[in-house]
Design a binder for this molecule. Sequence first.
Ligand code: MAN
Length: 348
Amino acid sequence: MTSIIRFKENPIVTPQSIQPSREDMIVEGVLNPGAFIFQDKTYLLLRVAERPKQEDGIVSFPVMGDENTIDILKFNKDDPQLDLSDPRIVKKANTFYLTTMSHLRLMESADGIHFTTPSTLPSIIYPTKAAEKYGMEDCRVTVIDDVYYLTYTQVSAGGVCVGMMSTSDWIHFEHLGTILPPHNKDCALFPQKVGGKYFCLHRPSGVDLGGNYVWISESNDLVHWGKHNCLAMTRKDHWDSNRIGAGASPIWTKDGWLVIYHGANHTNRYCLGAILLDLQDPKQILARSEDPIMEPDELYEQNGFFGEVVFTNGHVQFGDQLWMYYGASDSVVCGAHLSIKSILKSLE
Ligand code: MAN
């Protein structure tokens, strides 16, 4: 059994601690943070999911307008074409929208547990691109040669894809565009080149043939990706039978690249597992968790906007200790301590 020690302070960030973008909006969830160290402090790049205060009989949700303003769309709940069975999605006839719109927010901490709005850095990253009209989600932050690369989910009527930005100072950002087209998300960059190439993990979704599997790809410049290979599939009758996706950047260990990933079954219960990849050839899987290393066991992981979810895309490493940050129930942000050695041991 892997020893995962949840922070006793959990949840460490809640919607109540986040100021909504506008007075008529409420923060439904703070979730799925990227994590990194900058100037000796721990930072989280949170996903903030907002929607308008809801009126009786109506579902209303935000989208970015053409002038980068927020437009509110409304549908009557008694519309027979409306399907609201998934709290994350508004489906009308064959058109999909999201019930909330997400942007990214930075929070800083001296101890990795108590987070506040940074005093000297811009703290909000709003969607600005056509590909982000329904929001930006689940950002991974990877440091490569002192540059921070942000890989995040872009959502619009055009589909779900992976966007990239970079920064060195967290003040100036370079938009590097959409690096992987729809349907794709959960893009985690390796923190260094392997055999002279950059690598990333990502999760395209197959429609008829295929599924929600993790793929691995190569690049010379981090922006143009090729040599795509299907790395890991879902496993029938397992906890990860329906969808899997990489967490944060793979971790170098002398035994191989350690990947923490999420897996969901057909009831949408999200757990975490681990995969070990060959150090020289990360297209080769050396081991994979048979059982989850973490399950939604706590009340705050079982109940919320979308319950039964632990989802990680951010961690920072101190020697053998991984401080893993995760979203619980798509509502709050939590943390846990993991020993890398104990995860490796669970894979033997
Ligand atoms: C999606 C992810 C996350 C989210 C989970 C659970 O697969 O992209 O954004 O936390 O679903 O709702």
